[in-house]
Design a protein around this ligand. Structure first.
Ligand SMILES: N[C@@H](CCC(=O)N[C@@H](CS)C(=O)NCC(=O)O)C(=O)O
Length: 222
């Protein structure tokens, strides 16, 4: 049984939970966060789940962030590293076909997502949903939308002749990139004219891990 610390509203945690679902892994999820709790963000006066700022947690993850996993004696933070570990240890090739080139390409798309989409998505979620009104900077929202749309054009072109980010097979690259693009879509930053992305997202939405851990709108807009 794998222990996971995280929260359902964290896109990084969603990556890990979706990967567990793909790999049919049993896990025990402990809700943890310094900034979010069951009712919302601390800036609105809500209590956080906590745990991440305790010494016991910080020994495992000095960043005090989620997600974190403990698999036997092995402890790992950083969601893309966790997804990669789970696929390599338990996937028997399922999420990258046991192919080092496919694994490396998946890692490229995971890095692309963190670098090009995540900063603007963070702006959306904080400025439009989580922060208390008086702490918001509304001027940051439209530049973030333009930034995301520009990068999504790159992804749409990439998907012109293939079903998934690494070819015609679903890989771990689709998990990380798929979660973030779905979030962009919920914030109206993924125009429907990007039809290759729409087709790809539809295929992802048919997967159980996506339906359970990513699809609920309240995980992104709450
Ligand atoms: N690059 C890290 C980011 C870790 C991170 O910043 N996680 C966010 C949630 S997505 C977090 O811990 N936020 C603060 C909190 O919930 O206390 C990863 O992918 O794991």
């Amino acid at each position: 049984m794998i222990d996971i610390w995280g929260r359902p509203t964290s896109s990084c945690t969603q990556r890990v939970l979706w990967a567990c679902s793909e790999l049919d892994l049993e896990y025990n999820l402990t809700l943890a966060s310094a900034t979010m709790g069951p009712k919302g963000h601390i800036s609105k006066g809500h209590a956080p789940y906590g745990i991440v700022d305790t010494p016991a947690y910080q020994v495992m993850n000095p960043n005090s962030t989620v997600p974190l996993i403990k698999d036997g004696g092995f402890i790992l933070w950083e969601s893309n590293a966790i997804v990669t570990y789970l696929a390599m240890k338990y996937g028997a090739g399922a999420l990258y076909q046991n192919d080092s080139q496919m694994l490396s390409r998946s890692i490229a798309w995971m890095a692309w997502t963190n670098e090009h989409l995540e900063p603007s998505l963070h702006t959306f979620v904080m400025e439009l949903v989580r922060l208390a009104e008086e702490l918001r900077s509304p001027d940051t929202v439209e530049p973030a939308r333009t930034e995301i749309e520009n990068w999504l054009k790159v992804l749409d072109k990439h998907l012109e002749n293939q079903l998934y980010v690494c070819g015609d097979t679903f890989t771990l690259g689709d998990i990380t990139t798929g979660v973030s693009v779905y979030r962009a879509h919920l914030f109206d930053a993924c125009p429907s004219r990007l039809s290759n992305i729409t087709k790809w997202q539809k295929k992802l939405s048919e997967r159980n891990g996506f339906s359970h851990h990513v699809a609920p709108r309240e995980f992104h807009l709450g």
